[in-house]
Design a protein around this ligand. Structure first.
Ligand code: ZN
Length: 193
């Protein structure tokens, strides 16, 4: 089942989301919720989705990049779901690269992120993991954990000169996709320069 995405301005996207309890993650409802998150992410063409982006106060995210239509040239990574994630180390070396967000539809911006990070989380089966990821995968984990801490990629941008409407972005990079959303340019008024 596809869930409704909430957008920037929704208070849940500015909250630090607390950890899910052992009881909570074993609940049947939570298992089907995770499946619905995957369906929603795939339908929206996202490479990651945090639970608060669908209006749920749960510290969980899913990610996947396999032949993604919104990020066609990005390296693939398999479907993953993490509960109670926490980034424990960031590489000093950073890279500025393009990001978009399903909660800020229709825009892309260049965001500096650590090239490599190590994070701890629980897998849906409750197993604790510690994982080091790099490159685009590390970028996606940083973006999703930020969501669970109440942050957007625009909070991480050094300045807004790279901020680009998706139509212009696709023209610039010769990407042919149908843009479903029709974002309001009023959003520009909210940006602090
Ligand atoms: Zn996002």
């Amino acid at each position: 089942m596809k869930l409704k995405l909430v957008k920037i301005g929704n208070p849940l996207l500015r909250k630090k989301i607390l950890s899910i309890s052992k009881m909570g993650m074993k609940a049947k409802r939570f298992r089907s919720f995770l499946k619905n998150m995957v369906t929603t992410m795939r339908h929206a063409g996202g490479v990651g989705l945090a639970a608060n982006q669908v209006g749920e106060n749960q510290r969980a995210f899913v990610m996947e990049c396999q032949g993604n239509r919104r990020y066609p040239s990005r390296p693939a990574f398999p479907l993953q779901a993490y509960l109670n994630p926490r980034i424990v180390s960031y590489s000093k070396a950073k890279l500025r690269d393009w990001e978009g967000c399903l909660s800020i539809p229709g825009f892309r911006g260049k965001v500096p992120r650590s090239k490599q990070i190590t994070f701890e989380a629980l897998r849906p089966d409750g197993q604790k993991i510690r994982k080091t990821v790099r490159g685009f995968e590390a970028r996606v984990v940083q973006h999703e954990v930020d969501h669970l801490n109440g942050l957007f990629y625009i909070d991480r941008m050094k300045d807004f000169r790279s901020w680009t409407h998706l139509e212009e972005f696709n023209r610039k990079f010769g990407i042919k996709v149908k843009i479903k959303s029709n974002p309001s340019l009023d959003l520009l008024a909210a940006v602090k320069y």
